[in-house]
Ligand binder design. Structure first.
Ligand code: ATP
Ligand code: MG
Length: 245
């Protein structure tokens, strides 16, 4: 079964349909690039996928379950436990340490068993052990984004929603973050949906969805002559999901 099934989702602001009958699926252990020009509805769609934004029509199934039929409490638990969020501007708390930033979602989720060990293991995995006691304001963009990714995965989510995660990083750092996403997919079986303008992310993804005029086009890219042409899926076979623990 697909991890996420998006079914005929429409979102309308005033008269304008930002998303118009959008349907697609996201499989486990895949990277999905969500592209489209500014204002095409990428962030709106991520809002719907996380259950934060109720669409005017249509629905989202997470592991077969309709997330908009859940109570607000269940939906917020889902957001906190099953989804990790990564943003362009990192959105870290600036007045607490990197360590405390990473710990925060686990404490919120009351999942503090072995928390210190989990943080230290994650820090090693993400190569941020040496910066854990520092305040995010003293960190570089790449370091901040790795802390933000640690925070996103401390609760071992099945899904990461990333909104232009490399938008504020230089090329080399963006490449590092991209490799990290691929490792998370392959090592931990996480699915990652990335709203992006970054061609390198598209190339490194398993699937691309392109938003245009409210519609979604699967595995299609804009060519120089501005024609939408069908392109073969950018697939690498999804890695076998390795069992955690
Ligand atoms: N709360 C809102 N009320 C009214 N219009 C909104 C609201 N949120 C978004 N929009 C509009 O919906 C459209 C899609 O916005 P969205 O932020 O999803 O685009 P995007 O693809 O993420 O763009 P960008 O690449 O610039 O981040 C835009 O025209 C935006 O102005
Ligand atoms: Mg956006």
């Amino acid at each position: 079964m697909a991890l996420l099934q998006v079914k005929s989702v429409s979102v309308q602001y005033d008269e304008r349909k930002v998303l118009d009958d959008v349907s697609f699926e996201v499989q486990e252990s895949t990277i999905t690039a969500l592209t489209g020009k500014s204002g095409s509805g990428k962030t709106t769609l991520l809002g719907v996928l996380s259950g934060l934004l109720q669409p005017n029509e249509g629905t989202v199934l997470f592991m077969g379950d309709n997330i908009f039929k859940w109570s607000d409490l269940k939906r917020s638990r889902f957001r906190n436990r099953d989804i990790g969020f990564v943003f362009q501007f990192f959105n870290l708390f600036s007045d607490i340490s990197a360590y405390d930033n990473i710990a925060f979602p686990a404490i919120l989720n009351r999942e503090t068993r072995n928390l210190h060990t989990r943080i230290m293991e994650l820090a090693e995995y993400l190569q941020i052990t040496d910066i854990l006691d520092r305040n995010p304001t003293t960190l570089s963009g790449g370091e901040r984004q790795r802390v933000a990714i640690a925070r996103a995965i401390i609760n071992e989510p099945k899904l990461i929603l990333a909104d232009e995660p490399t938008g504020n990083l230089d090329t080399a750092t963006a490449n590092d973050i991209l490799k990290l996403f691929a490792r998370l997919r392959d090592d931990k079986g996480i699915s990652i949906i990335i709203a992006t303008h970054d061609e390198r992310i598209v190339k490194a993804s398993n699937v691309q969805y392109h938003l245009e005029n409210g519609k979604i086009l699967e595995n299609e890219v804009r060519k120089e002559e501005h024609k939408i042409v069908k392109k073969k899926p950018i697939t690498r076979p999804a890695a076998k999901i390795k069992k955690k623990k």
